[in-house]
Design a protein around this ligand. Structure first.
Ligand SMILES: CC(C)(COP(=O)(O)OP(=O)(O)OC[C@H]1O[C@@H](n2cnc3c(N)ncnc32)[C@H](O)[C@@H]1OP(=O)(O)O)[C@@H](O)C(=O)NCCC(=O)NCCS
Length: 155
């Protein structure tokens, strides 16, 4: 199995939207329009298996201190192979390279992120602009049972 991560470009957006469609419909991942993905394309990392797109995630920078892992998804047929872990690790490396201090995740996958060294934090400590910009667009807002987790990067 040939597994590679790469920085996707604008021509990858259609396939990325197709891959994440089921999770968006379930309300697990927030819908991002093509234009929104285009604007933030540099924040994404994708992973392929034998040349087939198998997953992706984004590292969104909120401030000089804080970034967030967004839209993490691995295609059903490639789960359990360590691809999700590899994507998150790439984002953490990218954050470290950029001198980000903390990386946030808002997720239903608490155990997955804890395994990677993230710690649960109270949702009250999440920056307010994040709530208003993103959460308000979510199917589950305002009754949200996502968990907030934080990873502290050592720079
Ligand atoms: C969460 C998700 C990205 C995991 O991807 P994956 O490639 O299957 O995960 P990995 O194979 O890299 O798993 C890494 C480790 O986490 C564990 N793990 C995977 N999914 C897990 C889960 N749901 N709960 C607890 N542990 C989990 C694995 O057993 C593995 O443990 P190990 O390192 O001890 O062997 C994938 O299930 C997915 O796309 N889910 C739907 C979308 C979603 O929920 N995204 C998160 C939103 S932020």
């Amino acid at each position: 199995m040939d597994i590679k991560t790469y920085k996707p470009n604008l021509t990858d957006i259609v396939a990325m939207q197709q891959l994440v469609k089921t999770e968006v419909e379930k309300g697990i991942i927030l819908l991002r329009t093509s234009d929104e993905m285009a604007t933030t394309i540099r924040s994404y990392t994708a992973i392929e298996v034998d040349g087939v797109l198998a997953g992706f995630c984004a590292l969104h920078i909120h401030s000089v201190n804080l970034a967030e892992i967004r839209s993490l998804v691995v295609s059903d047929k490639f789960r359990g192979l360590g691809l999700g872990k590899r994507l998150v690790k790439e984002c953490l490396d990218e954050g470290k390279h950029l001198h980000v201090k903390e990386v946030l995740s808002l997720t239903y996958q608490k155990d997955f992120f804890e395994k990677l060294g993230f710690n649960v934090i109270s949702k009250e400590s999440i920056p307010e602009h994040k709530i208003w910009a993103d959460c308000i667009r979510c199917k589950h807002f305002p009754v949200c049972d996502e968990v907030a987790l934080l990873y502290k990067l050592e720079n």
